[in-house]
Design a protein around this ligand. Sequence first.
Ligand code: PRP
Length: 230
Amino acid sequence: MPGTTVEKKKDRLASPSSISNQLGGVTVINHPLIQVHLTKLRDKTTQPSLFRASVKRLATLMVYEATKDLKVLDTVVETPLTETSGVALSQRVGLVPILRAGLGMIDPVLDLLPMAEVWHLGLYRDEETAQPIRYYDKLPPQNPVDVAIILDPMLATGGSAMAALMTLREWGVKQAKVVSLIASQEGVDAVASQFPEAQIYVAQVDPTLNDRKFIVPGLGDAGDRIFNTV
Ligand code: PRP
């Protein structure tokens, strides 16, 4: 029975939970729309155009949550009728998409944070060792942003996220967030233990990695599915 199969699979997934992470830790953002769009990403029949659109929708929903603690200052604004109070962001925000797959998340996040700076990091996983290899990094030596948001659809072993967090730490960033659409338990545990101050936001934590360090059940390789290079 199809319903039975779905129920069994659901049992194997870590149940969504949310831990307040003002001071670091993992937040699994539990929202019906997030789970619906994530299901589109998981579906192996989803074509690249819908896959890209679903990544963008998820990025919007997740960054809305992940930016809840941004600081604002009071301002005054003139409406067409009168003067009233408003707010403006008081922090410099840097978006850090990890190439390639993180590029799929950048546009919708920039729509929400049009004043953000974008600092690209190029990392790929060595296919033999699953270790991250850095191939692009143009972060300036000084003047770090106040809040950095790493964007990468996948957090598998956590190696790429940790390499990015180390780069941001070396830049002097005081508050770093990681927004990933899907993660493995092993990966989030590794990042949270090595970078306890980092705020990690994911839509789902899957239970395992396979022998090639792919998230299982996962969604395949997000970069290849976004860019149609499967
Ligand atoms: C994928 C993914 C992450 C990384 C996650 O990138 O987009 O960057 O692997 O794995 P990890 O947590 O074990 O480091 P990939 O190396 O496939 O490069 P791509 O984005 O260019 O496809």
